[in-house]
Each structure stands twice: as C-alpha cells, then as structure tokens.
Design a protein around this ligand. Structure first.
Ligand code: BG6
Length: 514
C-alpha cells in the first residue's frame, strides 16, 4: 500500500507566474480617455499610485490623461494628487509621490476630433522615446459608452492601433462597464470595438472580478478538496447573493436613472459572482478556459419568461427613511431625478442554473441602494439534516449549515455548524467557524490594472459573456417596460420591499440576516 503524499509547499510558484510576465517587466504607455474625469480621480489614479508605492509599476511607464479639460502636465498632477489624498488605500508619501508625479502627463483634446488624435499620437511617440515603452499602448476608455465608437474609430484612423500579433508592440483597450444599455446596444458597441481591436486586445472591466474575495472564490472551490464534492444540488438547498449598499444614488443621478439596479448591478457584478459560484471546474487556469466555464453558467440560466417576471422578480424604489440614524430623502426627491421616475433602486430575483449540477437549486439575488448597511455576501445554504437523531423533534428543527462568503466589508468566510452547548444537558446551537482575511487587500482597480499591463484577460469579460448576460436580463427589462406598474416603495434604511421577503417566504425560506 502506498502512503498518501503529504507535501507542504508553501512557497510553490503559482502556475500563472510562469505564464505571465511580471508587472515591472512590461514597458508601456497607459492613456486614459476621460483622464480628468471622476473614475480617474477616485479609482484609476489612486490605484496606479498604490502600485507605484509597492514598486510594482514598470520603470518604462507613463500615464497620459486625454480629455477636453484645458490642463497641462502640472495641473494634471495636482488633479491626481487631490484624488490620491482623498481616495487612496495607502497614504500619500513624499517619496512615492516624487516617483509617481513625473509619470503623469496630459493631452487636452476632444474624443470626436480626428486632429486631436494626431496631437496625442505625437505626444505618445515622444514619451515612448523618453521612457522606452517599445510601442506598447494601453487605451483605457473611462468614458460613457456613446464615446467608445469615436475613440476607437479615431485611434484606428490615426493608425494608433497595432495588430494583435505584437510585432510592433501591443495595443490593448480597456472598456468600462456598462457595455451597452440593453442587448442591442451592447452588440453594437462590441461590433464597433471588433472593427478596430481583436478580442484578445479588449479588456472589459467588471470591477467586482478584481475584488480579492471574488477572485478567491475559484481558489476556495478548486484549491481545496472539501468543497467541490458537496458543491451541487445533492447537498445544497439554495444560494443567496446579496450586494447591499447604504449609499443612495449620490451624484450619479443622470446615469443611474437611465440604468436602474438590474442593469447597474445584476447584469454585470452579480451575474459574474454567480458564475464564479456555479461554474464547472475550468480545464486550466488559462483566461479562456476560466471564461468558457463561466459562460456556460450564464448560458444555462433559465430564461425568465414575461409571464413569470412578476412572480420571480421584485423591483423597489426607496422613499424617505433613516440611514445610519439620519433622515434621508427618497429617490424621487434626490437632485436631478425626475419626480415620476420608475427606475428601480432595488431588485430581488429568483433564478435557476439549468444543468446537472444545479437542477432544482434556486439562486436568489438581491441588490439595492439605501439598504441598512454596505454588505456583499454569498450564502450557500446546505440541505437540512435528516429528521432523525438530533433533528427528530418536529417542533425544533436544526438550522441547516450555511457557508457565508463575505465579499465586503470584512472579507472572509463563516461556516455555520451545529454544536453542543457545554453542560450536562444536551442542547444544540448553531455556531460560526469564522475566518477574516484581515490583510490589506489591494483595491479591485489595482489588481485589474496590473492584469491589463501583463495581458491577463482572466478577470475581464469576454464579448460572449457580456451579451449572454444581457440576454438573461432583457426579458425582465422588457416586461417591466411594458407593465404600467411602478416599483414598490421601501423605506431608506430597510432591507427592501416586503415583496422581497415574500419571494423567499413562498418557498419556505428567508434571506439571511446580514
Ligand atoms: C458600480 C455601480 O459598478 O458599482 C454603482 O455602478 C455601485 O452603482 C458600485 O455603487 C458598487 O461598487 P462597490 O465596489 O462599492 O461595491
């Protein structure tokens, strides 16, 4: 009989290390379209600063902001500094700033003006000569979807896009969510991109995929032996995914009122998380292998037919209430929201992944603004213990095991198990085996920007996945559009409309208390 091997290899190199170049070995220029916009200010520039602080960025690297604002390099550096002071994960230090500031440059121009791209091209050429970026370019489209067409068309006309073979350096395009407003517009944007870029050059961002705990889902499932054997309808009763926000619509009224929670959160972030939970083991850790297995999940989602929309979905809109102890206005009273808006700020729905692994297991999804707290969590509810032994008393059934995977805040895992209360009498109680990451995880944008630089597409959405996700939500959007009903009101600071609780109560279940 051979003994089972029991190797400990704590510092074994990760297989991806061999596949991808190290971040600091990849010279390139990063051009941010919309470089002086909100996303750059709050997320991109602080993320790039953090990468600098950790010595991750290549030496042969520069960042060029491109947009309409009339800024010079110095003014752009001040803009970046303001964003870093306010939003950076790690404090601004003089030493790191002295390294970071010289990397920042600005070209003022219009996305629609061909001549401005010539100006940009000349500046990139000069910078390339200075830093030695070897023709490598990343174009980050931090712009509303309507501009993507202009940006990629003009880049192409100015011959600023290298072919995907990489013979003259690489070109990569980073596209922010939302990709489209519905299925038709998503197809249109993707087709426009495809005229100028090969799919291998396109990095569609879903920042949830860059969150440490979301990325860790695959590791949890496929780098441990204890979960996978029980990860199916045979042992799992149902799954809940909650992405709760305490904030209201904030300053994004214009975008949000046209989007709503289903487009803003479900079509993208929540379906991506669902894919990580429900996918089959990929054939390898290669980007397309991982993305293929996730795509299968979205394509296996049972279509919610128009006749079932009312039964399987709930849409809500917050009204005045208390948030963090303070009185806050309702959605319709928020600045720049039309007083008759029917946009949903909350959505809950029940769906099914129709394959052998998941047949019969409902997935309940919910997200909303102005909920009691910021909390994103995946809860895997296991089947009940058989009604024998410790679970034989019908009046006091045992609580089933639950694996709670906290995405944010307080990233970690908790496994609810039944345990004996110490003492002479036999009393049972659920207890949590709780694990907190407690490490300073990088921000999603740090991870995602690093991946773009090294050219790893694993955490980015492929065209087919984006369109498949739209295919799933489109019938719901259409039915809501047709219906004369308005979203159901819920008080700010509550967990959404009662209909959300009813969605589960009808099945004899309840949302987990977060
Ligand atoms: C964005 C949505 O994609 O994600 C916002 O457009 C939402 O409406 C945000 O607030 C939530 O992200 P996070 O990382 O704060 O959970």
């Amino acid at each position: 009989m051979t003994e089972k091997s029991n190797h400990h290899a704590p510092s074994a190199p990760h297989p991806l290390d061999a596949l991808h170049p190290k971040l600091h070995d990849v010279p390139c220029l990063l051009v941010i379209f919309g470089g002086a916009g909100d996303l750059s200010h709050r997320k991109l520039l602080p993320a790039l600063y953090n990468l600098t602080l950790e010595g991750e960025l290549p030496k042969e690297f520069a960042i060029v902001g491109f947009s309409m604002e009339k800024l010079d390099d110095d003014a752009y550096r001040e803009f970046a500094r303001g964003g870093i002071e306010k939003f950076s994960r790690q404090k601004l230090t003089d030493e790191a700033w002295a390294k970071f500031a010289p990397m920042l440059h600005f070209v003022s121009g219009s996305f629609a003006e061909a001549k401005d791209y010539l100006k940009l091209r000349d500046r990139l050429k000069a910078l390339d000569g200075e830093v030695g970026a070897r023709g490598n370019r990343i174009y980050y489209f931090a712009v509303p979807p309507a501009f993507i067409d202009d940006c990629s068309g003009n880049l192409s006309a100015a011959e600023m896009i290298a072919p995907p073979d990489g013979a003259h350096g690489f070109t990569r395009a980073v596209v922010e969510k939302p990709v489209g407003h519905d299925l038709a517009s998503a197809i249109e944007i993707n087709s426009e991109l495809a005229k100028h870029f090969d799919e291998s050059q396109i990095f569609r961002i879903d920042h949830y995929l860059g969150k440490e705990t979301v990325e860790n889902l695959m590791v949890l499932r496929f780098a441990n032996t204890i979960f996978e054997p029980i990860w199916s309808a045979r042992y799992i009763d149902h799954v809940q995914i909650t992405v709760a926000e305490q904030e209201g619509v904030g300053t994004r009224a214009d975008y949000y009122d046209r989007a709503g929670a289903l487009r803003d959160m479900v079509q993208s972030h929540i379906l991506q998380v669902l894919c990580m939970i429900a996918s089959e083991p990929p054939r390898s850790t290669h980007a397309d292998a991982v993305r293929d297995s996730k795509l299968d999940v979205i394509r296996s989602l049972r279509t919610i037919e128009p006749a079932d929309v009312e039964r399987l979905t709930v849409r809500g809109q917050y009204v005045e209430g208390l948030s963090g102890g303070e009185k806050v206005p309702g959605y319709l009273e928020e600045p720049h929201i039309p007083p008759d808006s029917k946009t949903e700020t909350f959505v809950a729905l029940k769906c099914h992944v129709e394959n052998w692994r998941w047949a019969g297991v409902p997935f309940y999804l919910r997200t909303g603004k102005r909920l009691p707290k910021r909390a994103s969590e995946i809860d895997i509810f296991f089947n009940s213990v058989p009604r024998i032994l410790y679970n034989a008393r019908p009046a006091a059934p045992l609580t089933p095991n639950v694996l709670a995977i906290r995405i944010q805040p307080d990233e970690g895992l908790a496994l609810k198990i039944i345990s004996k209360v110490p003492g002479q009498t036999l009393r049972l109680t659920p207890v949590d085996v709780d694990f907190h990451y407690k490490t300073a995880s990088p921000e999603a944008y740090e991870t995602l920007l690093s991946d773009v630089i090294v050219g790893d597409q694993t955490l980015f959405m492929r065209r087919d996945a984006v369109e498949a996700a739209w295919r799933f939500v489109q019938p719901i959007l259409d039915q809501w559009e047709r219906s004369a009903e308005a979203p159901v009101p819920y008080a700010a600071g509550s967990w959404g409309p009662t209909e959300s609780a009813l969605l589960l109560a009808r099945d004899g279940r309840a949302w987990r208390n977060l």
